[in-house]
Ligand binder design. Sequence first.
Ligand SMILES: Nc1ncnc2c1ncn2[C@@H]1O[C@H](COP(=O)(O)OP(=O)(O)OP(=O)(O)O)[C@@H](O)[C@H]1O
Length: 342
Amino acid sequence: MIALENIQFHYPHSSVGVHDINLQVETGEFLVVVGASGSGKSTLLQLIAGFLTPLQGRVLLDHQDVTQLSCGERGLGIVLQDYVLFNHMTVLGNVAYPLKVKGVRQVERHRRARKILHDVGLEALEHYYPSQLSGGQQQRVAIARALVFEPRALLLDEPFSALDASRRESMRQELKHIQRQFGVTTLMITHDQEEALMLGDHVAVLEQGELLQHSAPHQLYTQPVSEAVARFIGRTNFIDAQVINSQRIQTADLGILEVTPHAFTVGQTVRAMIRPEAIIANPVSDIVNRVPTTLVERQFLGAQQRHYLLCGTTTLSLESASTPDHITHVALPPTHIHLFNR
Ligand SMILES: Nc1ncnc2c1ncn2[C@@H]1O[C@H](COP(=O)(O)OP(=O)(O)OP(=O)(O)O)[C@@H](O)[C@H]1O
């Protein structure tokens, strides 16, 4: 288990860092921390790894306070962006290296390295050198090396950034499989929200050093707690509106919309959000929140089509698997409309 308690850190002569972070990764859980470039992801990872020390707060591993321990004393497996394999060592030598540092005898360290290479499907490559491996294979070696000494937790810093798109996709699946197989508590950082949703049991969204939301992927997508999270995770339509009462809002171009009961005050200006796939094309005539529209553009996305629709001066994007020739009306189901402060 990894626990961060009230972690505060900023770089010298700067206010930039991470602010009052409280976060827990349960034993065996896969947590992905996602955020834009400069949001503080690497800083957070380095605080957990022990490369940086927080100015306030505590880092706990399995309930032990490790805040003042060095990286080597924390017993963590770490995989960085550029893997840093030793080019003069074979795959077996690379994977066995952490055990050598710990003083494990050669016969035993090779036995354990071979076991882990077998577990990650690399046993046939043990005599290869890193330069003879593909990017994906090198990444698997780096993961095997991080796991060989049975770390208390695994930390991964953008591990797929050096891979091309197709290899990244297969490595994601492979990492998820390895993580489940070993049951190792894992924290990974990435700027890629699709990767975060796909891999994480939970996902934490970081912005300007602050934790905006920490939820299961589905909840993050369907119930973002703020406009910032909704903008960062997935595609979204935003519509400005004014609250009429606890179940209705007034919009400029879509008229009055029914919404689920909320606690905003009457007259308050809010921002309504609805995901593109939640909007219904050509709904039956007696449905709530039915609005006339004009189709202005259609984009082919493979399994889905994206339609750009004009309602007055408001453009909505609608995604669906079907491709109607004409879209004359859309419906915005109240349960899919979320309201945020403006
Ligand atoms: N050594 C440093 N000294 C001063 N400021 C730093 C230092 N390292 C990072 N920063 C600043 O801290 C902020 C957070 O950086 P960090 O590297 O943690 O972000 P990130 O989310 O990992 O970004 P990226 O995805 O681009 O790697 C940035 O504004 C960065 O410029």
